[in-house]
Design a protein around this ligand. Structure first.
Ligand code: ZN
Length: 402
């Protein structure tokens, strides 16, 4: 029997049978398992009236099942309420779409502000939402809008707002927008360039600001991130031109992009430059991330945490241990120009997206694992080649423009 394909009827049976047969301590474990993984959902279909809920999409109304289980012992009801509230307050909240991420934070800040605190947002485009007098938020259990009611139920967790721990699982484009990555051609805002299709959601740009009250952050670079490089959908002519010097079609389709290395490093450089991460106690990088990126940034996070410990003031220098240089990232290739050679105009599409030079190629990092190199059929073949070609057998191999 596979757990993943249980229908809701099977779920009910499982829980009902369990409730009738298991001793209490095992039944509590079943309850926890059966309630499953929850997600924040924002229903804005009745705009400007929003509903915030935290539920398991596979098990929308567990209470109905429990209350229909006539033999359910009463402690199960109590434990059900307790464990759902605790889960809302203490779980890491995972977001795979930016809208749910920023709207949940914004709405809680505006309508439950005794909980999460303020954000300092620019007028554009936020005033349209923030200043709307009709804006309203209702919440569904276990999100309790009434401050007093929540505190009465969970005194020891009363200082929590529920969004302390955040996991983001975004695409490359979404991370670029969120942390204001401005390498070419992303230094243009949406709509500034005709025919351009950079990330369209105006609200997502700079949305990293909504991490202001986050204490633990996981940035995940998984399937969503790896599905396409951030340049893939760029429509600007320069990235769609073919170049006879290249053995691939267009710059935006460049193979072997350093997406698990340089590109993640750049996302973090801009996130640091924007001051989006410095207040967060613990930041982890998961998914397909090159070891050198993890080492570099875990070292920065650690040194910054030590600096904060030594300077426990309200105001601190965000670049105390590391100061990003965005100009350096936005002009890669300019410094390399040979003065003696004929001056050729700098073409950013020759340098972005960046080709991979990592020890283990970024294209081999998938699903948190290192994939086999497909080009080479067997180890014997490598040995045979290296026997035949003595010396620098990589000379003459064109790796693409760098
Ligand atoms: Zn790489």
């Amino acid at each position: 029997m596979t757990m993943a394909h249980l229908s809701s009827n099977d779920d009910e049976m499982t829980f009902q049978v369990a409730a009738q047969n298991l001793p209490p301590e095992l039944l509590l474990m079943v309850l926890k398992q059966w309630l499953g993984q929850h997600r924040i959902v924002i229903d804005g279909s009745a705009h400007p009236h929003y509903t915030l809920s935290y539920s398991n999409p596979e098990n929308i109304d567990p209470f109905a099942t429990i209350s229909r289980t006539s033999d359910a012992p009463s402690f199960i009801f109590q434990e059900y309420f307790r464990s759902r509230i605790r889960s809302w307050l203490t779980d890491a909240k995972e977001f795979s779409d930016p809208t749910t991420f920023y709207m949940s934070h914004l709405l809680m800040s505006l309508k439950m502000k005794d909980r999460i605190g303020w954000y300092y947002l620019p007028n554009q485009p936020w005033d349209a939402i923030c200043q709307d007098p009709a804006l309203s938020l209702s919440t569904k259990f276990p999100v309790i809008n009434d401050h007093g009611a929540q505190y009465a139920r969970m005194k020891h967790l009363s200082s929590l707002h529920g969004l302390e721990k955040i996991k983001l699982d975004f695409t490359a484009e979404q991370y670029f927008a969120m942390f204001d990555v401005a390498i070419p051609p992303f230094h243009y805002r949406d709509g500034a360039v005709a025919g351009d299709s950079l990330y369209r959601d105006e609200f997502c740009h700079g949305a990293g600001h909504f991490l202001l009250h986050t204490k633990e952050l996981e940035l995940h670079f998984g399937d969503a991130y790896k599905q396409a490089n951030a340049w893939y959908d760029v429509q600007e002519a320069a990235w769609c031109e073919t170049n006879p010097a290249w053995n691939y079609a267009e710059a935006r389709l460049r193979p072997h992009v350093c997406d698990s290395g340089l590109v993640i490093d750049w996302i973090l450089e801009y996130a640091w430059y924007g001051g989006y991460l410095q207040h967060i106690k613990t930041t982890t990088l998961t998914g397909d991330v090159q070891p050198w990126v993890r080492e570099k940034w875990y070292d920065i996070f650690k040194r910054h945490a030590m600096y904060l410990e030594e300077h426990p003031a309200l105001y601190y220098r965000i670049f105390a241990v590391h100061e990003p240089d965005p100009i350096d990232l936005e002009t890669i290739g300019i410094d390399d120009e040979d003065e003696d050679e004929q001056d050729e105009a700098w073409r950013p599409q020759n340098h972005y997206p960046p080709a991979c030079r990592c020890e283990v190629g970024c294209w081999r990092l998938r699903g948190g694992r290192v994939e086999e190199e497909l080009e080479v059929k067997s180890w014997n073949e490598i040995e045979r080649f290296s026997d035949e070609v003595v010396g620098d057998w990589m000379s003459g191999v064109v790796l693409g423009s760098l």
